[in-house]
Ligand binder design. Structure first.
Ligand code: SF4
Length: 234
């Protein structure tokens, strides 16, 4: 029997709402199961153990078949969660490449998997103090040290308040020159205007910082939230 994985959503084509690929047309495969439980998590269906237990289990071929059955084909497939790095997705990444997809993965940088070297774009998204989760800097450094030379990757750090901004600046201090995307958190029930106000606040804070901190740094509200709110399937 090939290995199978809990998959809570496969959807697309849609827009990548965050990070370096923002605005690109993509389809998402969201795996169930996470080693964290962030205070403001917007993917409860991929984290809550009861919901993850009830998620269908699919092997790599079944996931590819579901992607092919979507209304139209996207250039990129995003592997996300939960934490997709909880699973051995070596075969899935190889199948997706063989089928002509470009593959991106979003993970929080808490677990290493050798297949992370195979993806075309890797987002490492350590969680800041407002998540109320612990952070293990040495684990993140170890993961980055194992990536292939010149592998495209970036840091994406959610920002709710000033402690998070301090955290983001500290983390990027370990990875000089790496692209840093500051992604504005939307708390449950918040409106677009509240999120845009937080974006303006962050911009005001960033322009007060020394210029060197702003190199290769971008501030982005989540595009999917601005377009569709918290509606699932986008
Ligand atoms: S790491 Fe991501 S999926 Fe897991 S609890 Fe935090 S926000 Fe949710």
């Amino acid at each position: 029997m090939p290995p199978s994985f809990p998959v809570v959503e496969i959807f697309g084509p849609t827009l990548q709402g965050e990070g370096q690929g923002v605005g690109t047309i993509c389809s998402f495969v969201r795996f169930g199961g996470c080693d964290l439980a962030c205070f403001w998590c917007d993917s409860d269906h991929a984290v809550d153990p009861a919901q993850v237990r009830n998620a269908p289990r699919m092997d790599a071929l079944e996931i590819l078949a579901r992607l092919r059955a979507l209304p139209s084909r996207a250039e990129w497939v995003i592997l996300t969660g939960g934490n997709p790095a909880l699973f051995d997705l070596t075969e899935l990444v190889a199948l997706l490449h063989a089928d002509g997809y470009r593959v991106s993965c979003e993970t929080q940088g808490t677990k290493w998997q050798p297949w992370l070297r195979d993806v075309d774009l890797l987002c490492l998204s350590p969680k800041p103090p407002s998540s109320r989760m612990p952070f293990a800097p040495l684990t993140l450094i170890e993961i980055v040290s194992r990536l292939r030379p010149n592998q495209p990757w970036f840091l994406k750090i959610p920002i709710l308040g000033s402690d998070d901004l301090g955290f983001a600046i500290d983390v990027r201090g370990s990875f000089v020159g790496v692209a840093l995307y500051l992604s504005i958190v939307a708390l449950p029930g918040e409106t677009v205007e509240q999120v845009l106000a937080r974006t303006r606040w962050l911009h005001g804070e960033i322009v007060k910082k020394p210029a060197a901190i702003r190199n290769n740094l971008r501030i982005l509200p989540q595009l999917h939230f601005l377009l569709w709110g918290t509606e699932k399937g986008h």
